[in-house]
Write a protein that binds this ligand. Sequence first.
Ligand code: BES
Ligand code: ZN
Ligand code: ZN
Length: 499
Amino acid sequence: MTISIRKGELQQEACDVLIVNEFEGKSEPGGATGTVNKALSGLLVKLMKEEAFKGQLGQTLLIRTEGIIAAKRVLLVGLGKKTDFSLETVREAAAISYQAIRAMKPKKVVSILHGAGNGGLTPKECVQAMVEGVRLAAYTFAKYKKQKENGIGSFDIVTNDGRAVTAGKKAIEVAELFVQGTIYARDLVNTPAMHMRPIDLVDAARELAKKNRSVSVRVFDQARLETMGAGGLLGVALGSDHPPYLVHMVYKPKTCAKKKIALVGKAVTFDSGGLSLKPADGMMTMKCDMAGAAAVLGVFSVVAQIAPKVEVHGIFAPVENMPSGKAIRPGDILESLSKKTVEVLNTDAEGRLTLMDMLTYAQKIKPSAMIDLATLTGACMVALGEEVTGVMSNDPKLANAILVSASATGEKMWELPLEKNYQKLVKSQVADLQNISAGRWGGALTAGLFLQEFVDPKTPWAHLDIAGPAFAEREYNAYTKKGATGHGVRTLLHYLQSV
Ligand code: BES
Ligand code: ZN
Ligand code: ZN
């Protein structure tokens, strides 16, 4: 499917489907939709009434034009209430329109530019949101399907505003990169763990570095990790037949960079729980436990083309968490890369054992900001549900910047506190720390506090618990179907553009 924007009059467009829109609770369409209705001699309004089209977000109405205008069909999509309208509505409306016609496999689709001018939205951001909505809606994970689907041929946004076309062209380029990064992450996460072993994540990083001159990669193997003393990573990997690695990717901008941003991703390629084995149901989606690293790799897959003015470091340590005669046991004590010791009371709380070493390593580069992404706790899903990421940070400015980027890209995130009074819950009787909380409640927070033990208070740091949003166990919205979501990639790219 090609996506483009050009100047034109919708009612004159020859195509298989012409997409127009309408807010909820309006009986007479205005703007470009109104013009199409007039060209159709009021047929659109007549059918809206007959078919009880109210304009709610999610509602669509497809009509045949019988040659009255050049378009064969018109698809009317609801935008919902004008008071609820936002950039996310634009993204969803575009995705909903795609889903409404995908089975028809139309060759040529022309769409109105949703939203520009409403609620202070610029054509540029509306075009970007539309492209994201359509492309992410079109995503399928077809690697293992014998029968491949083919979809829509071309999707053209047509507007009579010449300036919107100029701004829109640039926006399409950026949107295509945001989508490419997101889809790259989705594919990594959707790939079964049997084909996404620690070495496969290493290879993915090497591949990206080979393709881009501004990206380089260093890989530490098991022997190196042993000399370094990365006891957390090594401990988690003990039960697996696949050795662990630590991967450090670097993007350097052409001009001299003032800032270094470290992106750290949890990279457990499969989380069985280890000896503290998960029940069958809990294990079903645990190929998603490397979604943090996938988001980092997603960013690196397009970072050279996005070309932020900052140095970007991507750090992740691929390991597999398996039970075996060699696996770590509850009660074992590991010495971390930071030298702090950790009593492992539950081998299923393995993410933090790998992250503690990654965070220690990441701080060696003296980052101006360090952001980690991890499918870390079920407790975060208890707190915020499946669709919202928990953000914990020692730096209000960094937290705010992330929340602003999340909101701009439609990725749902909410701040949770690093409550000092709970710090004692991760102290051990026999070691410096223990890997589960001594209490029953606030498991997302105590996981965050455990990580904070490995962060220099002078390093601005944010921890993103993406346990819920990384992998959709049901359809979240029209552009986020069941399966990997690529959550985090667009927020990070937006953030990197803004620093
Ligand atoms: N990978 C899981 C967290 C998870 C759960 C991610 C559901 C995505 C969906 C993590 O390693 C884990 O098992 N956490 C435990 C921690 C507990 C033992 C303290 C949990 O959340 O139950
Ligand atoms: Zn686990
Ligand atoms: Zn895990």
